[in-house]
Write a protein that binds this ligand. Structure first.
Ligand code: PAF
Length: 282
């Protein structure tokens, strides 16, 4: 496994591996079983002859003032072990100044999906995500890219990024990995106190209850949202609900007659730790 931390070496890796299919998994490190599943999925897509490339970069541009950029867990040594164990071939783990020149003056701006849901309370976050992902796509030149469904809004925005900026990549969306009690795996779960951790699975339980209601014929977004809100309020009193939204999975807009797939996304804050989860209704 090659570990590369600068663009010059990355470009020579690209030259040496020209013609070999490359499957790319972008991450911010602090890896857990969810990341391992993405890397394994990439390995499967790559087959024996392809390359699996993983980036580990805590992107300052996607953290707002007062967010957890400084304290975001950095666990490079453990991350490299997870990458190796799950079949990665190349890790790109640059420092921030390798990615962002001090006088950088260009960022991407998403104008439709990014001010909703999480974007409403994290202004600029998805512009930061789009900017770094576009740069990483340009640097790594993958054929395929692998993203998790846990951050559904990010996934929808990256689909737009690929479409609107004509990136020649195939995007693969991978199901969320969960703890045994249903809590979606996240690098931020480690911030939860024992009491908060005990209540956090209520997000998943509420979403599953809504999916059951959907399967039993409930189609009104407001009714599904109310069901989820009540469940979380009852079972996770330490949580403060940021949003519960049943939306069109592609546009993130309210469900309409043209909606092909409905997703319900939730965000709940336990203290300063913001947890997100979602369920597709099918
Ligand atoms: O989902 C993440 O870990 C990050 O937002 C990403 C896609 C690696 C961009 O920094």
């Amino acid at each position: 496994m090659n570990v590369i931390n600068n663009i010059r070496q990355l470009r020579s890796w690209g030259t040496i591996n020209k013609g070999t299919r490359c499957i790319f998994v972008p991450t911010m490190g602090a890896m857990h079983e969810g990341h391992a599943a993405l890397i394994r999925a990439a390995r499967e897509i790559a087959g024996q002859n392809g390359n699996v490339a993983v980036s580990i970069f805590v992107n300052p541009l996607q953290f707002g003032p007062g967010e957890d950029f400084e304290k975001y867990p950095r666990t490079l040594i453990e991350d490299l072990g997870i990458c190796r164990d799950n079949g990665a071939d190349m890790i790109f783990a640059p420092k921030a100044d390798e990615i962002y020149p001090p006088d950088r003056s260009i960022v991407l701006h998403e104008t439709s999906l990014s001010h909703l849901l999480c974007g409403a309370s994290r202004p600029g976050h998805f512009d930061g995500v789009c900017t770094v992902v576009a740069k990483l796509f340009n640097l790594i030149q993958p054929d395929d890219v692998v993203f998790g469904k846990k951050d559904y809004q990010q996934l929808a925005i990256i689909r737009r990024l690929v479409r609107d900026l004509d990136f020649n990549v195939v995007l693969h969306a991978i199901d969320t990995m969960r703890e045994e009690d249903g809590l979606a795996m996240s690098s931020r779960n480690r911030y939860l106190s024992p009491d908060e951790r005990a209540q956090a699975p209520a997000l998943r339980a509420a979403l599953v209850a809504a999916r059951t209601a959907w399967k039993n014929g409930e189609r009104t977004p407001a009714a599904l949202q109310t069901l989820i809100t009540k469940h979380i309020q009852e079972h996770a009193p330490l949580g403060r609900i940021d949003y519960v939204s049943a939306v069109d999975a592609a546009t993130l807009q309210p469900v309409s007659a043209t909606t092909e797939l409905v997703v319900i996304a939730v965000a709940v804050c336990f203290g300063t730790t913001r947890l997100i989860d979602n369920v597709e209704l099918k």
